[in-house]
Design a protein around this ligand. Sequence first.
Ligand code: NDP
Ligand code: MG
Length: 386
Amino acid sequence: MEIKNKRQLAILGSTGSIGTQTLKVVEEHPECFEVYAITANSRVEELIAQARKFMPEAVVIADETKYKRLKEALDDLPIKVYGGYESICQIVESKPIDIVVTAMVGFSGLRPTINAIKTGKAIALANKETMVVAGELINALANEYRTPILPVDSEHSAIFQCLAGEMTNKVEKLILTASGGPFRTFTKDQLENVTKEQALKHPNWSMGAKITIDSATMMNKGFEVIEAKWLFGVNADKIEVVVHPQSVIHSMVQFEDGAIKAQLGTPDMRLPIMYALTYPHRLQSSFERINWDTLKELTFERPDLERFPNLQHAYTALSKGGNMPCVVNAANEVCVAAFLNDRIKFCEMPRLIDRAMQQTHFITKPSLEDYLETDRHVREMVESWI
Ligand code: NDP
Ligand code: MG
C-alpha cells in the first residue's frame, strides 16, 4: 500500500525501546514518514545522535541540566532545541504534527497525551499508563476533540486488527494473551528470592526496564486489561487473560456466534507500531515471518492470581473505578523503581500496592487535578513505607 502524504511524527520517548523501534520503522519507510519532533528524559547523547540522523524540526530534553549539552551539540543544524518537561507538553501542539507516538514511560505520559488530544493529533498510544490512570478522562477528551487513539501495545493492536470490518458485530469476549514472564513456572517460595537480574530477562520481548519488571509481576497484563476496557469499551468481566508462553498469538476476539479471530506473528514491536502509524493501511515489511517448520507448539494455561497478585489488583482497581487504577499505577511505579534499586524484594511489590489501595482516599469521579494529586500523594506514602 502506498501512503500519499508523508506523515509528520512527534515521538515522545524516542530514545527508549518503543522510540528507537519507531525510528526504525521511519527508516524502513522514508517515503511515508518524517520526524518532526523527538524527546527524551536524560539520555542526551542518544538524543543528539538521533537528531543528527533524522533532522527533526524540534528536539526536547526533559532534564534541564542536559539542555546546554544538547543545544551546543546541535548548534550547527537548523533544529529548535528545548529543555524541561513543560516543553514536551507544548511541543505536541505544533501545527505540522500529524501523529504523536506516546512512548514515554509511566505517569509522565499523561499531560503531553492530553495536550496532543486537545489539538486533534492522532495518538499512537504506547504509554499504557495514561489509559490506566485516566482512561475515562482520555476517552471523553478523545470524543470531544474527535481524536483517534491507535494502539501500539501488541495485544491491543492484535485486537484492533481482529476488529477491522466487524463494526456491527457484537463482541462476546476479548482474550489477552500473556507470555507469563520469566517466573511463569516459579513456586511462591521461589518468587520470594528472585533477583532483578532474573526479572529483567524477559523470555520473548526486549523492552525498557519498567515494563519488563511489570511483565515479571504480571502487572503489565493487569494494566493491559484496563487499557483494553478503555480502548475497546468492553467491561472487565468480558476481558480474559490466557497465558501463552510462545507469544505467537498476540491476542484474540471472540464474537457472539462463538467465532474467535486471532492475530499472529513473531514478537516484533515494529509491526504494531507501523500499523498504528498507517492504519487502516498495511505496508510491506522486512520483519521476520513465522517459520512453521520450527514452530513446534502453541500452548495455553490459566494465569495464577495467587502467585501473581498484581493481576488481581488491576482487576480490583478496574471494578472499583474512580482514582483506584491511578493509585495502583503510582504505587507500582514507586515499587518497580525501588526493586530496580535493590531496596525491596520482588514479592513486596504486590503487598505494598495492596496496602496503598486500602489506605488512599477514594474519589468516584476524579478530575485531572484529582489524578495529579492522587499520584503525588500515593508516591509519597509508598516511598515512606520503603
Ligand atoms: P523505555 O524505558 O525504553 O523508554 C522510555 C522513554 O521515555 C525514553 O526515551 C526516556 O528517556 C523517556 N522518559 C522516561 N521518563 C520520562 C520523563 N519523566 N519525562 C520525559 N521522558 C521520559 O520504555 P519503553 O520504550 O519500553 O516503554 C515506553 C512505553 O511503552 C511504556 O509506557 C510501556 O509500557 C509501553 N510499551 C512498551 C513496549 C515495549 O516493547 N517496550 C510494549 C508495549 C508497551 P531517556 O532515554 O532519556 O531515559
Ligand atoms: Mg503488551
